[in-house]
Ligand binder design. Structure first.
Ligand code: 5GP
Ligand code: MG
Length: 172
């Protein structure tokens, strides 16, 4: 049986998310950014983050697939859902669950450039720093981890565990 080792409690996550939302609300004061959630992993984080934001926002989603079934990024990234909002001239905040190698985000940032947004920033719940392959600026980071495979709070392992309210380190 895989073992789940507790990493972040509900309370810790809530504090992290409200702190990020406060900073984002201050930075985007007077503007209406388009928040782009990266499916599926970021959906719970995005939902919680939005409810703490005090600025007006629009929301859209895109979806990329890179892992297949497993715990390491294949680097073979496909866009499986396009954005539906016209983001030309708009301030964009990409909301991700985890940045690991950085390949997914690098791919997304290149994709978004094609639509001529005014600005693009990145907010990630988790920054995993051990195996970064692409240098990427992450503007808002909830929590930093060295390594390991995390599940819960939207994060899955073969589509399981997304519903856990806490974040766990999965030991296979
Ligand atoms: P990257 O392209 O930066 O290597 O990987 C980014 C994507 O891989 C993340 O958006 C996330 O969906 C997935 N990912 C990376 N690390 C983990 C992890 O520890 N747990 C889970 N569930 N997904 C991860
Ligand atoms: Mg993801």
């Amino acid at each position: 049986m895989p073992e789940l080792i507790p990493m972040l409690s509900k309370e810790e996550i809530d504090k992290m998310v409200s702190t990020l939302a406060l900073q984002i609300s201050l930075d985007y004061d007077g503007r209406t950014p388009v928040i782009l959630g990266v499916l599926k992993g970021a959906f719970i984080f995005l939902a919680d983050l939005l409810r703490y934001l005090t600025i007006p926002v629009e929301v859209d989603f895109l979806r990329v697939s890179s892992y297949g079934a497993g715990t390491s990024s294949s680097g073979n990234i496909r866009l499986t859902k396009e954005i539906e909002t016209n983001i030309a001239g708009r301030d964009i905040l990409v909301v991700e669950d985890i940045i690991d190698t950085g390949l997914t985000l690098n791919f997304l940032l290149n994709y978004l450039k094609n639509f001529d947004p005014l600005s693009v920033r990145v907010c990630s719940l988790i920054n995993k720093i051990e195996v970064r392959k692409k240098k990427i600026k992450i503007d808002y980071i909830g929590h930093v981890v060295q390594q390991g495979f995390l599940v819960g709070y939207g994060l899955d392992y073969n589509e399981s565990y997304r519903n856990l309210p806490e974040i766990y380190h999965l030991k296979l």
